[in-house]
Design a protein around this ligand. Structure first.
Ligand code: ANZ
Length: 940
């Protein structure tokens, strides 16, 4: 029993916890709650690699710590189970994505369980489960049935808007809506509209709405993609080309919540970096909209500007290629050039258009507009640096103070008129302060004042008004894919109708192939006899991946309830997530959508808090540590060890490999499977077997070994640097892996995986284990009183670990445990009074070994709910000092005395101790010098 048999111990306790439902949680009003949540994973086919559990380990340690602190801890896990990879696999193999998903989940659960996580699995959710997505659809119906009242600043049922229309038409209605489309009408007109007209108008106000939207269309994937799924003009997954296309689309009116999403960021305990990313994404911008009349026309072009004060410097107007007025504003002479330009510009993604300063492009439309202040004629250009979806899609260009306008003007030889003192027409001068010039009524004013004065003047003249813009767009919600939640809408005479709640869930129908139909309808178009009441067609697009993940944290509170997505009782108890841990790649997408849904549910009084995730931590990524072998170029199969690359070979080596001279510099580095490498030394035999072409390989070694090169890269299969947790759990155990991952460095840091140090952590756990066993291997713990030194070690450890837990500094706790066990080993401590509390504080990090020790110590209950010990100041200060005793300058022994013991007493005790008798030879010492807390010198 004396060996640390981690494998047996870990399996035993994982089974026991599962059988006894040790981590099952209930709503328990007698205890304070603590909700610690991981961002739930998408179960990919590849399983978990060592990078994935990093955040899960941290949250599990926290969950276990909080239980010891007396909290009722909600620590659930589930799966974000709808998504593209399973569907792509289905397209390739014909296997139903539900089967793939189920298999992948089973593997994930097995891997997660082997790491000893204390999840309450009875609360597991899967977004693809009809019992779950019934509620996702239910929330969608609520969004469909709501509008945003800007007067009350919250969402309300659409019925209150209809009542307003019936009474006063649009008069006095302040609502978030599609302003471009918005029409004004009286109550009488409203009554006169037919059903279709009324439905179309209401869609302009609903929070879930159907509209014509410009989308990222990926023909190869047959679907619309979100902006964050498109990188450099191609799909993030698969790298297929993406075009911009106008389509009828379901969207969610997240922009209605822009201001609240922005303001409420302040009170969150998130890193400043993530907060800033959200602020930028929302992109609030204060400015003005100004009207420019088109020459010889009734049309007015509206521009959005943040610099109304620069109006006298406007030398051209630029309009987005997609702007619907482009054709009619184009003169016959310019038509061909404009049409050609528009068709190429359209397909460049926004990101390209904004960032690419090198390719300045644009075409003159042949039309002019008039400066509203002085009537000057200004040419109108089409330019793709103007985005159709931002502001009004038209820019008043001021080359003297805007860099993009400047570059454009230089390129096309357009005039540059300075409006701020000191500006320069050769080099752009992005003036944000200075005195105004060339500006009639603004002359001499500071920019700040001029901005206010200009906007006021425009409002007074009726040519413009102050305007707040947000960069954020409404979120496109429909996907032309199979593996997602069906949108619970059917169509009657072309008018969308919500499915009655009693009909939910609207279950995903079976289809014969996971592809669009011949006529280009989404895959759901293939479903046979899939009609509401056998008659009305359902909406054929499905929800995006982020639908199910926007509210899953609420479902964990009432996972099985059939009456509500979360019950008021559970919601009031669990409130919101106290600690949320996940990757920073979700900084804007998931975290904004979830905040939006939460605020919406809050408006309906279905949830009680203002924000869903109070504290957020982004764990850093674990990068791969790739190993390389160096193959000599050419057809000979010779590999050279790292430190021999620049050196000549021996005669023997040349002969063995058949070379006449050393091929210095002619090597190709090749990734080698990291599992064939230990401490950068290649297992040559395993390498030969790895691939048939290596079987006859020759090696140029150093000290008889082949040393591999190293590089830090993303962990990925193609780089052969994936380290699988299962292999490590088998080799050193889950407790070692947990502690090692924490030991790698601060949680938030990006850090390379390096298996080389894992043995050190494993040895530490063995040493901890040994503290409980005597030399004969018997479990042996003494009930003696601990010494001050032992108490000091214990109490400083408790103190440090507690402080670390409060600031989520897990790596420093691991070092503290190591120091503690080293000290106790030196002190040969086996006192229960020391080792029991140590075991309790170590339990969150290494739950299996500590549970085993706990039961060996005679406890019959789990250690999981054992109170975290308190440290005491009085033990922390070193109260004794171990004096070296030297005789005539030579160290002859050691004696410990309290640090405040008077010199005379120490002198007496040293003489009577017997330590120096041998050297006194019966005589009295000539002199005893006591240097307090340093040394005792005896002169004989
Ligand atoms: C004149 C001007 C002069 C501008 C100046 C800036 C500096 P933010 O802060 O991002 O809101 N703009 C407006 N709509 C645009 C669109 N659809 N595509 C590209 N650019 C657009 O930026 C607002 C400024 O960006 C606006 O103010 C406008 O240029 C430009 F010295 O107007 B400005």
């Amino acid at each position: 029993m004396s060996d640390y048999n981690f494998s047996q111990i870990e399996k035993k306790w994982q089974q026991t916890w599962a059988q006894q439902q040790t981590f099952k949680t209930t709503t328990d009003n007698s205890k304070p709650k603590y909700y610690v949540l991981d961002m739930f994973p998408y179960p990919s086919g590849a399983g978990l690699h060592v990078g994935h559990p990093l955040g899960y380990i941290a949250s599990d340690i926290m969950a276990r710590y909080k239980r010891q602190r007396g909290f009722n801890v909600l620590h659930p896990m589930g799966f974000d189970a709808f998504g593209l990879p399973a569907e792509q696999y289905a397209i390739q193999t014909g296997q139903h994505p539900a089967i793939t998903t189920k298999e992948n989940i089973a593997r994930y659960k097995e891997q997660l369980s082997s790491l000893g996580f204390s999840y309450d699995w009875s609360r597991e959710v899967r977004t693809s489960d009809p019992d779950y997505y019934k509620w996702t659809q239910w929330i969608f119906l609520k969004l469909y049935d709501a509008w945003y009242n800007q007067e009350t600043d919250k969402a309300e049922p659409i019925a209150t808007l209809i009542a307003k229309f019936e009474q006063n038409g649009t008069a006095g209605v302040k609502a978030a809506c599609d302003e471009e489309e918005r029409t004004l009408f009286t109550a009488a007109e409203w009554q006169g509209f037919n059903e279709k007209q009324q439905s179309d108008i209401l869609l302009q106000y609903r929070l879930a709405f159907l509209s014509e939207a410009t989308v990222n269309w990926c023909p190869a994937l047959g679907t619309v993609l979100a902006n964050d799924e498109v990188k450099d003009g191609v799909s993030e997954r698969g790298g297929y080309p993406v075009e911009r296309k106008k389509m009828q689309q379901w969207s969610l009116r997240i922009t209605a919540y822009a201001e609240r999403l922005l303001n409420d960021i302040e009170a969150l305990d998130w890193t400043e970096a993530i907060k800033e990313m959200q602020r930028n994404w929302i992109g609030k911008s204060l400015g003005a909209e100004l009207n420019f009349t088109v020459k010889d026309s009734e049309r007015q072009l509206k521009v959005f500007t943040t610099r109304a004060d620069t109006i006298y410097g406007v030398t051209y107007l630029a309009i987005a290629p997609e702007h619907e007025w482009v054709p009619e504003l184009t003169s016959p002479e310019q038509r061909q050039a404009v049409e050609e330009y528009v068709s190429t510009a359209k397909n460049r993604s926004e990101r390209d258009r904004m960032s690419d300063v090198k390719t300045i492009s644009g075409v003159f439309t042949g039309s002019y507009v008039l400066n509203p202040l002085n009537g000057e004629e200004i040419p109108l250009w089409v330019a793709d640096y103007v985005l159709a979806g931002y502001g009004t899609g038209v820019v008043m260009a001021v080359p003297a103070s805007d860099i993009r306008d400047f570059n454009f003007a230089k390129h096309f030889n357009l005039p540059i008129v300075p409006v701020i003192e000191g500006s320069n027409t050769d080099e752009v001068y992005e003036a944000k302060e200075g005195k105004m010039i060339n500006s009639d009524f603004l002359n001499g004013m500071e920019v700040k004042d001029a901005l206010v004065a200009a906007t006021a003047k425009f409002e007074e003249m009726g040519i413009g008004q102050g305007k707040v813009n947000y960069r954020m767009r409404d979120a496109i919600f429909g996907r032309q894919r199979y593996w997602g939640e069906p949108i619970p809408i059917y169509y009657k005479d072309g008018i969308p109708q919500p499915l009655p709640e009693s009909e939910l869930p609207l279950v995903l129908p079976e289809i014969d192939a996971y592809l669009p139909t011949e006529t280009g309808e989404p895959p759901l178009g293939r479903a046979k006899d899939w009609k509401y009441k056998g008659e009305y067609s359902y909406e054929l697009s499905t929800m995006p991946g982020w639908a199910g993940s926007s509210w899953y944290y609420l479902r964990y509170m009432s996972p099985d309830n059939q009456e509500a997505f979360v019950t008021p009782e559970d919601e009031q108890y669990w409130q919101n997530v106290d600690l949320y841990i996940g990757g920073s790649e979700h900084a804007t997408g998931h975290l904004l959508y979830s905040r939006f849904w939460y605020k919406f549910l809050h408006d309906l009084a279905l949830v009680s808090q203002v924000e869903p995730f109070q504290k957020l931590i982004n764990q850093g990524m674990i990068q791969g540590r790739s190993n390389f072998v160096y193959r000599v170029k050419g057809d000979k199969n010779v590999f050279v060890s790292l430190n021999r690359l620049g050196h000549n070979w021996t005669q023997e080596e040349l002969e063995r490999t058949g070379f006449n001279e050393t091929p210095i510099g002619q090597y190709t580095p090749l990734h080698v499977e990291v599992n064939l490498v230990d401490n950068d030394i290649l297992d040559i035999e395993a390498f030969k077997k790895w691939r048939s072409e290596n079987a006859d390989a020759e090696f140029i070694l150093e000290d008889g070994k082949y040393i591999c090169g190293v590089e830090i890269e993303k962990m990925s299969k193609s780089k052969y640097n994936v380290v699988n947790p299962d292999v490590l759990v088998e080799r050193v155990g889950a407790d070692t892996l947990r502690m090692y991952e924490m030991f790698l460095g601060p949680l938030e840091q990006f850090k390379p995986w390096n298996t080389n140090g894992i043995d050190g952590v494993h040895k530490f756990l063995k040493r901890y284990w040994k503290l409980f066993f005597d030399n004969n291997g018997n479990f042996s713990v003494s009930d003696d009183q601990p010494t001050p030194a032992e108490l000091k070690t214990l109490h400083k450890t408790i103190k440090k670990v507690e402080e670390d837990m409060e600031r989520l500094s897990f790596n420093t706790s691991v070092s503290t445990f190591m120091i503690c066990v080293n000290e106790l080993t030196t002190l040969k401590s086996n006192k229960r009074a020391i080792l029991e509390p140590l075991t309790v504080i170590l339990a969150p990090y290494a739950p299996h070994i500590t549970e085993e020790i706990w039961s060996l110590l005679g406890h019959t209950e789990t250690i999981a709910y054992e109170p975290f010990p308190t440290w005491e100041e009085k033990y922390l200060t070193e109260s004794t000092f171990e004096y070296p005793i030297s005789v005539n300058g030579k160290m002859r022994g050691k004696l410990a005395f309290p640090t405040d013991k008077p010199k005379e007493e120490i002198e007496k005790e040293v003489i009577s101790s017997g330590v120096i008798d041998k050297y006194l030879e019966g005589k009295a010492p000539k002199k005893v010098i006591v240097v307090p807390n340093k040394i005792v010198n005896v002169v004989v």
